[in-house]
Design a protein around this ligand. Sequence first.
Ligand code: C5P
Length: 224
Amino acid sequence: MIVAVDGPAASGKGTLARAIARHYGVPHLDTGLLYRAVALCVARMELDPAVEADAVAACGFDEAVLADPALREDATGRTASIVSAHPLVRAALFQRQRRFAGQPGGAVLDGRDIGTVIAPEADAKLFVSATPRIRAQRRHAELKGRGGPTGPGPTGFDPNGFDPISFDRVLADIRARDQRDSARAAAPLAMAADAVLLDTSFLSIEAAVRKALDLVEARLSARR
Ligand code: C5P
């Protein structure tokens, strides 16, 4: 059983994917972490994320990086959306995701291209979305809640005193990320033809989880 959960940044896809994996007792992979790991290594190696060869050089990252808290920083997400546009970066990370999807007991993967490229044969596909403004509100609240600096550099803090967590900036960032992820030629963010759309804009987390589980269960039972 493979469940693909795709959608833009801060749509709630990670939370839903984790809940689905827990419900069915199967492993979950947040594929965004792989691109974030490449981004973090590019930054630490002082390479240029926009240069494909530089980004490819960071694809052999050490597994320990996957547990680095800096992966969760906004700046890392921004750089991830730059390195992820390179076809050779996507190719370098492809087999790992395929292997995860193909585990004997099944798996849940979330990302941008799971239903379209990584596991087009998935048994259930969700495309999770929410308006940019609502996604920005969630991201903004999360960043404020964390309390720490979340500015533009790989280490986060902007020495020029620029408010690192202004709402407008978070919204602009979400829009820029959507634009980059949707407009790229290689595996753009797109809803698979056989995916079900789940708009979480006006749903509580509990309601969104219930709805996601219902949609997945309906797909799985239709296949049984
Ligand atoms: O989901 P998350 O915000 O962690 O992803 C960071 C970036 O990694 C995204 O903006 C996107 O550019 C890229 N990504 C991708 N394909 C995936 C997962 C993430 O291109 N399957």
